[in-house]
Design a protein around this ligand. Structure first.
Ligand code: NAP
Length: 342
């Protein structure tokens, strides 16, 4: 008889309820043919989780298990899974808010992930660091390769002589977006606070501009003079940042603007803004992101082409401290990702 996994979860018991309640978790013993079960060692915290607690922005069945980012070890695979096996150290993007409900949430000792959004982690990278990546990867993939239709990243990163503007390079989503755009061969111009300028350049951005400077849009436009702009990606998604990105894009000829939150409607006519749906790589057949998750992530981590950034701030204490971690992320982070060791 096969092992039965005994699961515990940090439950969201109802709309707008805080704190999370720790108790017996969903049954995690029967993956579908395209799923894997992961024994979770670390979870990372994202703004979407405390925003869900505060605003209940998507209908789900309660009790629910939140959480998008996990790192751990595969303990069971579905019968159609061939590229992963039991015992693999992996990261996974949990899709629970959009697909599969509580069983597919991250804040539990065992979770179920669709195999297309799971990647192996080389032994050289601690899972406490790798866990910062999954949602950042899927979000960047949708912004850059689905909406902006850029070329996919490669290990060679052949240069394109085209520039991508990534607003919010020190954010979690921006950190991954810069790395994927650079690996796809584009020059990247980004924004960050002056204290994070070195961090953003180390990720591969050619230049970074202070987002608190009132001249930031014109400073970026001066930098773009004479260049071909392949796309603009707003990784912050506030009204002011999307309008700043739209102003830049409009001045360089217009086109597609990707943004992580709903764009305002009053943007220049030559700008077509689209919001990222980060779960698409896990849910849409033949999504460009499947190739990135499957063919790029593991080898890019191995070769240092993809770094597990931003740096984790690791809380110990297991499921009992996930609510503290959500509250900490809500207070604000800077070039850092809150992580919990389960
Ligand atoms: N649509 C989707 O599917 C999806 C998926 C994931 C995330 N999101 C959304 O994406 C947003 C970013 O998430 P995250 O986890 O990356 O955030 P985060 O890491 O918590 O963001 C913090 C960072 O944002 C930077 N920042 C704040 N205001 C800025 C501004 N006006 N201009 C430029 N940078 C600014 C800060 O930079 P400095 O410290 O350098 O000032 C800081 O490093 C959130 O709103 C989240 O809900 C959407």
């Amino acid at each position: 008889m096969s092992t039965q996994f005994v699961n515990q979860a940090a439950w969201q018991t109802g709309a707008n309820v805080k704190p999370l309640s720790v108790g017996p978790g969903p049954d995690q013993n029967n993956p579908a043919s395209d799923e894997v079960i992961i024994k979770v060692e670390y979870v990372a915290i994202n703004p979407s989780e405390w925003k869900f607690q505060d605003f209940n922005y998507i209908p789900v069945q309660f009790p629910h298990v939140l959480g998008s980012d996990v790192a751990g070890t595969i303990v069971k695979i579905g019968d159609g899974v061939t590229r992963l096996k039991e015992g693999d150290r992996v990261i996974g993007h949990c899709l629970g808010l959009s697909f599969g409900g509580a069983k597919h949430g991250g804040f539990q000792h065992y979770t179920t992930c669709r195999e297309v959004v799971v990647a192996k982690v080389p032994d050289s990278i601690p899972l406490s660091h790798a866990v910062v990546l999954p949602l950042g990867l899927s979000t960047s993939i949708v912004g850059l390769f689905e909406i902006l239709k850029l070329d996919l990243p490669t290990l060679g990163g052949e240069k394109k002589a085209r520039t991508v503007v990534i607003w919010g390079g020190s954010s979690s989503m921006g950190s991954t977006a810069i790395q994927l755009a650079v690996a796809a061969g584009y020059d990247v111009v980004s924004t960050a606070s002056p204290r994070n300028s070195g961090y953003v350049k180390a990720l591969g951005a050619q230049d970074t501009f202070d987002h608190t400077d009132s001249e930031v849009v014109s400073n970026i436009l001066k930098k773009l003079d004479g260049r071909t702009v392949a796309g603009v990606y707003d990784c912050i998604g506030e009204e002011a940042t999307t309008k700043a990105c739209a102003a830049i894009l409009s001045q360089v000829g217009g086109g597609s603007l990707a943004t992580v939150l709903w764009p305002p409607s009053d943007l220049p006519a030559n700008v077509q803004a689209s919001m990222v749906f980060a779960t698409n790589p896990g849910l849409v057949a033949d999504h460009p992101g499947v190739k990135v998750w499957r063919d790029f992530v593991e080898s890019a981590l191995e070769t240092g082409k993809l770094l597990p950034k931003p740096e984790p701030k690791v809380l110990t204490g297991g499921l009992a401290v996930v609510q503290d971690a959500l509250d900490l992320q809500k207070k604000g982070v800077s070039a850092q990702k809150v992580v919990v060791q389960l």
